[in-house]
Design a protein around this ligand. Structure first.
Ligand code: C2E
Ligand code: CA
Ligand code: CA
Length: 830
């Protein structure tokens, strides 16, 4: 019969398929379990290496700290070798010695006592009420015996009321005494273990000499010797605090020098432990031991679990396939698993696995809500690597990534689990902190982070350790939105960066005005040029003898979309610091030349002065920029004056003078701006091919105040005369100044008395007296009729000035002229 045969054949192929699936599943599970075990082993090894490095650097730090205390205690004793216990303890309290060094059980000074003075020393030692010793305490020489000399503690501060060593304990007795006394001769510190009863202490004895320096010869050292600064450490505390975040490790701290060696251990390492020995400076080493996860699948419970689960899954999947004959359910499971994966990817940074910006914002949102409900305070820290871009460029992105991963790991170690740590992108991390008493905590946490990050990163034994620093911005308190909290932390970070990096700053309300504005301006400037927010205003320059206009200086203004007009003193430093001044300066040259060429075409013959910043002068490009601006506009080079400030010339005289020669060869003129604020010496001025000195307005203002200031201006003018330069005086505000300057034979003047910086159309109509482009009919009502001789009249100043009656701002001859820039500048300045 054909039918049963077909049925049998189908069942057979089902079984074959089922068996194949199960076999594949089993093989896959075995393979997967093996991979898990391997991966875990590798991760365990990495984390062991990281942990031991961390522990070693913590111990290194602790021991370095100890040395700080030795130095400062030494300073105290050297300054006052006869100081009383009371004075010493007051000093130790004032420097917070015990709270700052938790591992310290006692510290002080010990001295050598010759046998002849033993009795006197003993009787003095027992009656020291400051250290809690009354006449009743017994001075028991330990170990007993007659020796030529003894070493006793003289000044001491104790953590607990009682000393760990008995009164009368002789440091110089026995074997340990040999190395203590040797340290007096060698000038090097000695470390000795002292055990009394069940308590073992580590005592570091650092010899101290008169004057605070170690004399050159042994004989001189013996003569100048004062005593030792002794620190008694509880090694248990030291080891415990280093191990706080690494419960799986066992560490031994070892000291070996000459014949003496000491070791303190936090416990007994497991039999098959991995070990790493790290030298932590001088004679100190740390051995860290920890057992790694058991090798192979059978030794790793997770891998074993995976194997079992894999087997079970294969069998059940096979069954499922048999039962349902379809993959629908599996598809559903797969979809939900994939969704979970995607969700994780969407909210986490792939490199470090930390929450990303979106998740961090969400966590801040919840944090703020929780705090409002509970009346607690939220805090956030913005952590940013210093000069990461540099490092990435020089060491490559692979190292950069490795570093970011290591930093994320350190943040985890330093901050425990309670705090959210996220990565906002690049080298920016954020940390959220909650707690009841937050006012002080974030700064403490930040200090700890700064310290932890300063420890070198060691990626491979073959490469040099990497040392980096971070800057931290802290914000504490409520904010309406997560963005606001982050932005304020960012403002504090900007401040920390500009304050020299490697530091933390807390956001304060005063930053609302200063730092925040700067931060926001800096941000807005990025778009200002392409959004056409810059414009030029022009301030006339006058010939002093007849007050005719001979030139104009182009001055930059920024029309900020929300703030309004921003003055150059506020934004030019920002443009200079981020390098944008190069593009903006190029635009100023082009726009100024274009405008002046147009005025020349309309009949004007005045010159154009343009300010060029120090950053522009740093590169040859400035010469090309000037050439291009002249060629594009058609302005004759002799009509352009480039102004460079005196301080810029002084910065790098060599380059500056070379660049000025190149500029000069284009046929333009050069002026030294703000003259008098730098060195102002004849010798250096001769090196630059300049044509004009613009004397800084500070001297103009001072002129009315004293004879000395008048003499100063005279000197500056004289200096320029000797070099046959044109002398221009800036900031002329009163008619008295004009009269005085006439007496000094100044050539040209510029200032609010005649005219402030003006919008181009105002300048053209009221100062240059040019017809507006197009037609005369477009003139505003009340403005002057066109002059019959435009060229001659164009250079005539306000005639009232010639009689000493001028008002501020030449443009005021046109009462209906649109508000000039000078008005708004003064409002802001005031
Ligand atoms: P500066 O080159 O010394 O320009 C003269 C400044 O003095 C101008 O300030 C002008 O408004 C002001 N001033 C003119 N007459 C008087 C007066 O009688 N009394 C007082 N108190 N001040 C007077 P402004 O426009 O705010 O420019 C400030 C500085 O910004 C300029 O000083 C210049 O160093 C810089 N700057 C302006 N525009 C540019 C530019 O396009 N490029 C570069 N690199 N710097 C520029
Ligand atoms: Ca200038
Ligand atoms: Ca100036």
């Amino acid at each position: 019969m054909a039918f049963p045969g077909r049925l049998r054949g189908r069942r057979a192929s089902w079984i074959v398929g089922w068996a194949l699936l199960v076999a594949l599943g089993v093989a896959g599970s075995l393979f997967g379990a093996e991979a898990v075990a391997h991966h875990r082993q590798q991760k365990a090894r990495q984390s062991f290496a990281q942990s031991s490095a961390d522990v070693a650097s913590l111990l290194r730090l602790a021991i370095q700290h100890e040395q700080d205390l030795v130095v400062s205690a030494g300073g105290f004793v050297v300054a006052d070798p006869g100081a009383s216990d009371g004075a010493f303890i007051r000093w130790a309290d004032a420097v917070h010695a015990l709270p700052r060094y938790p591992e310290l059980s006692a510290f002080g000074e010990s001295v050598v006592v010759p046998a002849a003075s033993l009795a006197a020393f003993a009787s003095r030692a027992v009656a020291r009420p400051e250290v809690g010793l009354s006449g009743g305490d017994v001075f028991r020489l330990t170990p007993p015996g007659n020796r030529a000399l003894y070493c006793f503690s003289k000044l001491e501060q104790l953590r607990s009321g009682r000393a760990s060593l008995p009164l009368g304990y002789d440091y110089c007795a026995g074997r340990q005494g040999v190395s203590v006394l040797a340290s007096r001769d060698s000038g090097q510190a000695a470390s000795v273990a002292m055990r009394v009863g069940r308590v073992s202490s580590l005592v570091v004895e650092t010899p101290l000499y008169r004057g605070g320096v170690v004399p050159a010869t042994i004989a001189a050292r013996r003569v100048a010797f004062l005593g030792w600064i002794d620190l008694t450490l509880a090694p248990g505390v030291l080891l415990r605090s280093a191990l706080a975040n690494h419960p799986g490790l066992v560490i031994s701290l070892r000291y070996a020098r000459g014949g003496s060696s000491l070791a303190f251990s936090s416990g007994r390492p497991p039999a098959a432990a991995d070990r790493v020995v790290t030298n932590i400076g001088g004679e100190w080493t740390v051995e860290a031991a920890g057992s790694l996860a058991g090798a192979g699948v059978l030794g790793d419970p997770d891998a074993l679990a995976l194997l079992a689960a894999g087997l079970a899954l294969s069998v059940s999947l096979g069954l499922l396939m048999l039962i349902l004959g379809s993959g629908r359910r599996r598809a559903v499971a797969l979809v939900s698993q994939k969704t979970e994966e995607l969700r994780h990817q969407a909210l986490h940074d792939p490199l470090t696995g930390l929450p990303n910006r979106a998740l961090v914002l969400d966590r801040i949102d919840r944090l703020l809500a929780r705090n409002r409900r509970n009346g607690t305070v939220a805090g956030a820290m913005y952590v940013d690597l210093d000069d990461f871009k540099n490092l990435n460029d020089t060491l490559g992105h692979a190292v950069g990534d490795q570093l970011l991963i290591a930093i994320a790991a350190r943040l985890h170690i330093a901050l425990r689990n309670a705090d959210t740590i996220g990565r906002l992108g690049g080298d920016e991390f954020v940390i959220l902190i909650e707690g009841d008493d937050l006012e002080a905590t974030p700064t403490l946490v930040a200090e700890r982070l700064l310290e932890v990050m300063r420890q070198p990163f060691e990626f491979a034994p073959t490469t040099a350790p990497l040392v980096i620093t971070v800057s931290i911005g802290i914000v504490v308190g409520d904010r309406a939105t997560p963005d606001e909290l982050l932005r304020d932390a960012g403002v504090a970070l900007t401040l920390a960066k500009s304050g020299g990096k490697n530091r933390a700053e807390v956001f304060g309300e005063e930053m609302n005005t200063a730092a925040r504005q700067r931060y926001e301006l800096e941000f807005d400037l990025r778009r200002a040029l392409e959004d056409h927010q810059f414009r030029l205003v022009y301030q006339p320059i006058y010939q002093l003898d007849d007050l005719t206009v001979v030139g104009v200086e182009a001055l930059l203004r920024w029309d900020h979309p929300t703030i309004g007009v921003v003055q150059p003193n506020e934004f030019i430093p920002l443009l200079e610091s981020n390098g944008q001044i190069l593009q903006v300066g190029r635009w100023v040259l082009c726009e100024g030349c274009r405008q002046m060429a147009l005025w020349h075409a309309q009949g004007s013959d005045v010159t154009l002065s343009v300010n060029v910043s120090g950053r522009q002068l740093e590169s040859d490009a400035v010469v090309d920029d000037v050439r291009a601006a002249l060629e594009l506009s058609g302005l004759p080079p002799s009509m352009l004056i480039v102004e460079v400030t005196e301080t810029v010339l002084m910065r790098d005289t060599e380059t500056a003078s070379r660049r000025l020669v190149d500029l000069k060869s284009l046929g333009i003129h050069l002026a030294v701006d703000d003259f008098g604020t730098g060195y102002s010496s004849l010798a250096y001025l001769q090196r630059f091919p300049v044509d004009c000195l613009k004397i800084d307005r500070a001297f103009t203002r001072a002129m009315g105040e004293s004879r000395a200031s008048r003499a100063l201006i005279r000197t500056l003018v004289q200096l320029g005369r000797n070099l046959e330069l044109t002398i221009l005086v800036e900031g002329v505000e009163t008619t008295e100044q004009v009269d005085r300057l006439r007496g000094e034979h100044v050539d040209q003047v510029q200032g609010f008395l005649m005219a402030g910086p003006l919008d181009p159309d105002v300048l053209a109509s009221s100062i240059l007296q040019l017809e507006p482009e197009g037609a005369a009919g477009s003139r505003r009502p009340g403005s002057r009729p066109p002059s019959p001789q435009p060229v001659a009249a164009s250079s005539r100043a306000n005639p009232a000035l010639g009689r000493g009656l001028g008002r501020r701002g030449g443009q005021s001859s046109d009462p209906s002229a649109p508000t000039d820039d000078q008005g708004s500048a003064r409002k802001r300045d005031g």
